[in-house]
Write a protein that binds this ligand. Structure first.
Ligand code: NAI
Length: 461
């Protein structure tokens, strides 16, 4: 018996997260007939379990810090407590508003939205229940899940970001396993809420994917905030009982806390969905693609966290849009991974785009690179905000800026200009000749380029 066919679509998209829905919206805009299949909630990890709810928590954390530190700005206020139910309902209301908006967008563009679990049953077909959706092209965008370590079972006091986001109480003490992006963001939130926080990171520094100068600045700022970091430390095991969790490290030391957050990376959600069975080339669960995001099967594309590389919502958006435009014959430029802006929203924020110094030196040769670090001590607005930090530029000696690295409160907001500088291959002189409004933190970017162009203004040395 053959399955009923749900019409023929230009694109059938499996997964309604950042990559999948962006592809659907752009394809529909280009006049294509689109089916979008999602088993959980439209919006995916970013909207429901990632970017949006965590940044809402970080904003509550900032309000707590501002209240606690109000006296230093001459304001009399006391932080009398943190109501986690209130924090969660604020966070949930932000998610709900955005979810409603996104649902409206998808409905409004004539996209066929299918609720259910889809499986790739042929190179041009995704089946949901006993209905087959056939497309000229298929786009896989099934996202990622929080990983754990072998032998480390998630449950109770040992949790991933999924459970940590739902916590309705504030632990007195927390162990954060993994000093990457999720680890430092949650460490920051909990510290602002009053918890004692210890981060355990296997590599020698926090946020190890960032330039070492950014790691150093963040570690210094976290030390000042009394967030403990144990780096170069590997976990040998963890046990939890009714009252606490104890993590033992390979060097024999141990740490006990109320809860432990496991933030050791996210893995691709691809098993049991028919990808490998249909012949899609995979590597340890990741879907391999060419630079046009096409998998080993012609007509089958992949976007978002299942494609090896940065697991960022805006990369997913860009990839989704790319595939839609490529299929429409618009010939879009392949995405340069290094040009994707990266922001970690802990306090202080860490932001970067382009190459780390060591990567640039390896690519172009040590003598071909120059760097400059601008200290936010010279930036008026940063002083007003009472933040410390820096902007580090990595540039070719006689060429464009190839890496920008920033640490400081709110510095994530500067990534827009930084991204244009990198992606438009600006020379330090190009940026130096443009004005930056005074007094803004944005001015620090201008100052750093003035210095690199040989005409420093508010900078020493
Ligand atoms: P991650 O890869 O950023 O960090 C995981 C960290 O855990 C690494 O530093 C790694 O060295 C460490 N680690 C691994 N095994 C360990 C062990 N046995 N003991 C101690 N440390 C260990 O992954 P994370 O933080 O889980 O985030 C997952 C993804 O989500 C990332 O790709 C990230 O980019 C994305 N994300 C992005 C955000 C943003 O853009 N602001 C926010 C949150 C997540």
């Amino acid at each position: 018996m053959s399955e009923p066919q749900q019409g023929n679509y230009d694109i059938v998209i499996l997964g309604g997260g950042s990559g999948g829905y962006a592809c659907a919206l752009r394809a529909a805009e280009l006049g294509m007939n689109v089916a979008l299949i999602e088993r959980d909630k439209l919006g995916g990890t970013c909207l429901h379990k990632g970017c949006i709810p965590t940044k809402a928590l970080l904003h509550s954390a900032e309000v707590a810090d501002s209240t606690r530190e109000s006296a230093s700005f001459g304001i009399e206020a006391t932080l009398s407590g943190i109501d986690m139910n209130g924090v969660n309902s604020y966070k949930d209301s932000v998610v709900a508003r955005l979810y409603k908006g996104l649902t409206g967008l998808v409905n409004g563009r004539g996209i066929t939205y299918v609720e259910g679990t889809g499986t790739l049953t042929a190179p041009n077909t995704v089946t949901v229940g006993n209905e087959a959706y056939v497309g000229r092209a298929i786009v896989l965008g099934t996202g990622s899940y929080p990983k754990s370590l072998p032998g480390l079972e998630i449950g109770g006091r040992i949790m991933t970001s999924d459970q940590a986001l739902e916590l309705d109480w504030i632990p007195n003490s927390v162990i954060v396993l993994g000093g990457g992006v999720i680890g430092v963001e949650f460490a920051s939130v909990w510290r602002s809420f009053g918890s004692e926080v210890t981060i355990i990171e296997a590599l020698p520094r926090l946020v190890p994917a960032e330039d070492p100068a950014s790691s150093k600045a963040l570690e210094r700022a976290f030390r000042k905030r009394k967030i403990k970091s144990v780096t170069g430390a590997r976990l040998s095991g963890a046990v939890a009982d009714e009252n606490s969790v104890t993590a033992t490290l390979e060097d024999g030391t141990s740490h006990t806390a109320d809860v432990m957050l496991v933030a050791v990376g996210r893995g691709p959600s691809t098993s049991g969905m028919g990808f490998a069975e249909q012949g899609v080339t995979m590597d340890r669960g990741w879907v391999m693609t060419d630079d046009h995001l096409q998998t080993s099967i012609p007509g089958v594309y992949a976007v978002g966290d299942i494609v090896p590389g940065l697991q960022l919502a805006h990369r997913g958006f860009a990839q989704g849009i790319f595939v839609a435009e490529h299929l429409a014959g618009l010939n879009p430029n392949p995405i340069d991974e290094a040009g994707i802006p990266r922001v970690t929203y802990c306090e202080p924020e860490v932001a970067s785009v382009g190459l780390n110094q060591d990567v640039a030196e390896e690519k172009y040769g040590k003598d071909a690179i120059k760097t400059y670090e601008y200290n936010l001590g010279g930036n008026g607005k940063s002083q007003i905000l009472s933040t410390t930090g820096f902007i580090k530029l990595v540039s070719l000696v006689d060429g464009p800026v190839v890496g920008l690295h920033m640490v400081g409160s709110r510095m994530g907001e500067q990534i827009g200009e930084a991204e244009l500088i990198y992606n438009w291959e600006a020379l330090p002189e190009d940026v130096a000749s443009l004005l930056h409004a005074h007094p803004t933190q944005n001015e620090a970017l201008g100052e750093a380029h003035l210095a690199l162009a040989g005409k420093p203004l508010h900078a020493h040395g």
